[in-house]
Write a protein that binds this ligand. Structure first.
Ligand SMILES: *[C@@H]1O[C@H](CO)[C@@H](O)[C@H](O)[C@H]1NC(C)=O
Ligand SMILES: *[C@@H]1O[C@H](CO)[C@@H](O)[C@H](O)[C@H]1NC(C)=O
Length: 396
């Protein structure tokens, strides 16, 4: 009981600290160009700009996602690029990462951006909040809905993982969440990590599935570092997270009987690969396998859970910047984004890159219906933003 009360008191204190912190942040950013100014009394307050929700397919029956893996943003102009040609080094900084993000948003015009962790690189970011605003700047300026999860480096600066996810969820046009809303789950407090949530994408406007979710996006916190049986290793996805996914998936599959509205396929996004991804070295893949899979020593039942859920068709990860392949494990695709940011390590002469995911609806007699096909390809940060490795991930 004592410890319960202490915890409660501590939580309360944390909340207060946290509130103060947010107010301070709001104060800080109200002067910057990110804010829309509103004056209440003498205080200027930043009101978060929200995208139009729910997420939905376009009237041409498509929904396009841009995956940005491992931006490793530091603090702007002074942050040097790693693994670029000697001739490129002098004029290369975080601003090249920003430029790449702006260019690819313009070229691909996605409907949604998914940032899969190591968005900022702690040790080069003296002020985490400032780095986040710069790193996600092009996404906020684009007005597109975007979501982020954390990698293993994001919290190495001035904010912990909970604070980071909280700030990210309050940024303009962000649809990120810290964890599932309490009303959708009675024991949400028990989910491990910060940044576990799902986003439903609705059918095309005016179609028979305009008010139904036809695609589900899962975001998971794969943690940072951990010690397991006395050995230092990476984090892993815990049972509490998998149980929550099962529940969400089960809820969505309730509609299964309706032939017009079959179970919506799901995609999952997290940072650290699962150990089974190593097996893909011996299998047919699309893209490059150029470095060892840096995963946790703990092999939690992520793959088994996804297989038994049945709705997850593809998983998008980051963490290993020199891997950019897609490979299939037990019927589920595992795709790396490939390193995006210039301050993250990479391979000299091998351009930074991003992944695009395109879901397409089936054309019914009268209107668009459920998801028919899911494709993916990558774009390189070269002069032409070359498109490579286009492939079909799923066909109903
Ligand atoms: C980085 O950006 C500068 C300025 O636009 C450009 O001149 C340079 O070529 C870029 N470097 C790389 C490696 O893309
Ligand atoms: C979806 O909801 C809107 C607003 O409530 C309604 O006008 C429309 O008819 C609904 N469409 C379908 C297919 O149920």
């Amino acid at each position: 009981m004592d410890s319960y009360n202490t915890t409660k008191q501590k939580n309360w204190k944390n909340s207060l600290l946290y509130l103060t912190f947010i107010v301070a942040i709001l104060h800080l950013i109200h002067q910057s160009h990110f804010s829309r100014k509103l004056i209440i009394g003498n205080e200027k307050v930043h009101i978060k700009k929200n995208p139009q929700l729910p997420l939905r397919f376009r009237s041409d029956g498509t929904f396009k996602i841009l995956q940005v893996a491992d931006m490793h943003y530091g603090s702007g102009t002074i942050t040097r690029c790693r693994d670029v040609l000697a001739s490129e080094f002098e004029f290369c900084s975080d601003l090249n990462t920003t430029m790449f993000l702006k260019r690819i948003i313009q070229a691909e015009t996605p409907d949604f951006i998914a940032f899969t962790g190591d968005n900022i690189f702690g040790s080069s970011a003296p002020d985490a909040a400032e780095s986040l605003f710069e790193a996600f700047g092009p996404a906020m300026e684009s007005g597109l809905p975007w979501a982020a999860i954390l990698g293993n480096h994001d919290q190495e600066s001035t904010m912990n993982r909970e604070e980071l996810m909280s700030l990210i969820s309050h940024m303009d046009y962000s649809v990120s969440q810290i964890n599932p809303l309490a009303d959708s789950l009675t024991d949400s407090a028990k989910i491990d990590g910060f940044g576990n949530y799902n986003l439903r994408v609705y059918g095309a406007p005016g179609s028979i599935l305009a008010n139904s979710s036809v695609l589900n996006l899962f975001f998971l916190d794969s943690g940072d570092r951990a010690v397991y049986q006395g050995i230092r290793t990476y984090g892993w996805i815990k049972d509490s997270q998998l149980q929550w996914m099962r529940r969400v998936s089960h809820e969505l599959q309730g509609q299964e009987q309706d032939p017009l509205h079959p179970t919506p396929p799901a995609l999952a996004f997290f940072h650290i690969p699962i150990p089974e991804v190593r097996q893909l070295f011996y299998k047919e893949i699309v893209g490059r396998f150029q470095e060892g899979v840096a995963c946790s020593r703990v092999n939690s039942p992520v793959l088994q859970t996804f297989v038994s859920m049945g709705d997850v068709k593809a998983v998008f990860i980051g963490h290993d910047h020199k891997n950019d392949f897609c490979g299939n494990l037990d019927g589920i695709w595992f795709c790396y984004g490939g390193g995006f940011g210039y301050h993250g390590y990479g391979k000299v002469g091998w351009p930074r890159r991003a992944r695009i995911i395109l879901a397409e609806l089936q054309k019914g007699k009268m209107s668009w219906t459920s998801v028919q096909r899911i494709m993916t390809w990558k774009r390189l940060d070269d002069e032409k933003l070359s498109k490579i490795d286009e492939q079909i991930l799923w066909n109903r």
